[in-house]
Write a protein that binds this ligand. Structure first.
Ligand code: FAD
Length: 462
């Protein structure tokens, strides 16, 4: 990493004014992957990052021997073989593999995940309600299909009810999804769940209800995690060969298109480039461009997202033997998920200790937005102690961080809003890649896939 004196026009390291250069805005996972792939293809790249180090949502920290991921608990998994192989090759030996042991907390019971594969863990009345609803939903859909009368789901709530039936919807999926998205489910689109959340085979649900173990979401059943350094170790490994191309503490505030190319500034320094790829949130990018029509700005304001507060807890003694646990019930406080990083690798907690990472998503007017970090830590500890997951006397470390951009929320206007915004930005010649640049629910594998495809499609700058 290198820095430059203020009020200067700068060129990519090792280049001059005449060189073909590409600037990438943002050094999260996507920006770092693009930089590496483009540099491998012979392109002169410079990455501009607002923070003091790369990583974005994939940053991690180690304190008092505990390693946590700053942007919420991250694991490595994918259906995409090429991407998974690439990640494994980049990480090399710094990787541990685990079998996913995930649960949904339901009235004091650890129910196997996904919930529909854990019905056997429920009390008999609830099990019957879920099974009855599921079987009715399957019959209804199959009848409709046989008459050629299948209709697309009207919204996300409709999709949940039609796919899983009333019991699973009411006992688990509705409260959980209301908790994570912080948005009315009947105002969310269903287009994004197709493929991401498969309808479980009837046989699996029946088996699980009878207490015969079945596995859902099998692409995630085995996951990996860096042995040392948390998920940031992945970004560090990706960016290592091009780290001298990353300028940190450069918060881009304007991007202008001029005769000589793109002029990108943080208000003190300017950099000129032939090509500009943005991986920063697209709404933020709109604010950096001049002459954006009001209709486009309005579409940008309509894009919905939520934020996440992460509460980190280090404990003397062990934690439950799970990877992570979903907390759907609002009575369990604001956390929607707790994970146990000390179960991800043998190096994430000191000997004899365990760790918990609680994620609380929120939007502007939700309580976590106005709570101090201390109050939120206290709130999480109170609920985890009440659930019997920890004893306050064993807590040896706490911390809290917040990520303003955590999840894209697909509301019913999403497809139109993003089309207007993308069309405008791309007409300016700016390329968009990444979770909040494309404004899509991309996991790490999706970001790497989009970076690979982008470089293959558009190649290095001519
Ligand atoms: C709670 C949570 C859990 C997750 N768990 C998983 C998981 O288990 N597995 C998985 O595969 N994925 C997971 N993800 C998704 C994963 O974090 C993202 O897919 C990935 O990190 C997105 O990378 P990105 O580079 O596109 O965006 P970001 O990480 O947001 O990077 C954008 C970068 O741009 C920089 N930036 C912003 N504004 C400016 C500016 N003005 N000037 C310069 N730089 C700027 C930011 O500082 C940041 O470094 C999770 C996400 C969340 C929120």
């Amino acid at each position: 990493m290198w820095s430059v004196p203020p009020r200067t026009t700068i060129y990519a390291p090792g280049t001059n004014a005449d060189s073909v250069t590409t600037v990438i805005l943002g050094a999260g996972l996507t920006g770092c992957t693009l930089a590496r792939l483009l540099a491998d293809a012979g392109e002169e790249v410079t990455v501009l990052e607002a923070e003091s180090r790369p990583g974005g949502l994939c940053q991690s920290f180690t304190s008092d021997g505990f390693t946590f991921d700053l942007g919420g608990s991250h694991i490595i998994f994918s259906r995409d073989r090429e991407v998974l192989d690439w990640i494994r090759q980049v990480l090399g030996p710094n990787r541990e593999e685990r079998h996913r042991e995930t649960r949904c907390w339901y009235r004091g019971i650890y129910v196997r995940y996904p919930f529909e594969n854990g019905l056997g863990d429920l009390p008999p009345e609830d099990r019957f309600r879920c099974l009855d609803g599921f079987v009715r939903a399957v019959i209804t859909e199959e009848l409709a299909a046989s008459r050629g009368a299948t209709e697309p789901a009207r919204h996300f709530l409709d999709w949940i009810q039609r796919t899983f039936g009333d019991g699973i919807a009411e006992l688990y999926l509705i409260p959980y999804n209301e908790k994570i998205w912080k948005y009315p489910l009947d105002r969310m689109s269903a287009h994004w769940v197709d493929g991401r959340v498969p309808r479980p085979p009837l046989e699996d649900v029946l088996r699980s209800a009878c207490g015969i173990p079945t596995e859902g979401y099998t692409h995630q059943a085995i996951f990996s995690y860096p042995a040392v350094g948390g998920i940031e170790a992945l970004v560090k490994a990706i960016v290592a060969p091009v780290s001298d191309r990353v300028i940190c503490d450069f918060r881009v505030s304007s991007v202008r298109r001029e005769k000589e190319g793109f002029v990108i500034s943080d208000g003190r320094r300017e950099i000129t480039a032939d090509r500009c790829i943005s991986t920063i949130p697209v709404q933020a990018l709109l604010g950096m461009l001049a002459g954006v029509p009001e209709s486009v700005r309005e579409a940008g304001r309509r894009l919905v997202y939520n934020s996440v507060a992460c509460v980190f807890i280090g404990l003397r003694g062990p934690v439950p033997p799970y990877s992570w646990v979903y907390l759907a019930d609002p009575e369990l406080g604001y956390a929607n998920r707790i994970s146990f990083p000390s179960n991800y690798s043998s190096h994430t907690a000191p000997e004899g200790c365990g760790s918990i990472l609680a994620e609380c998503t929120y939007r502007q007017n939700d309580p976590p937005a106005s709570m101090s970090d201390g109050a939120l830590i206290d709130h999480v500890l109170y609920h985890l102690e009440k659930m019997g997951i920890l004893d306050r006397e064993d807590v040896v470390f706490t911390g809290c961080t917040r990520q303003p951009f955590a999840y894209v929320v697909y509301d019913l206007e999403y497809r139109e809003s993003i089309r207007v915004v993308r069309d405008h930005v791309e007409r300016q010649g700016i390329e968009l890649v990444g979770r909040f640049a494309e404004f899509e629910y991309l996991n790490m594998d999706g970001c790497i896939r989009h970076a690979l495809d982008h470089v293959r499609r558009n190649g290095p700058c001519a």
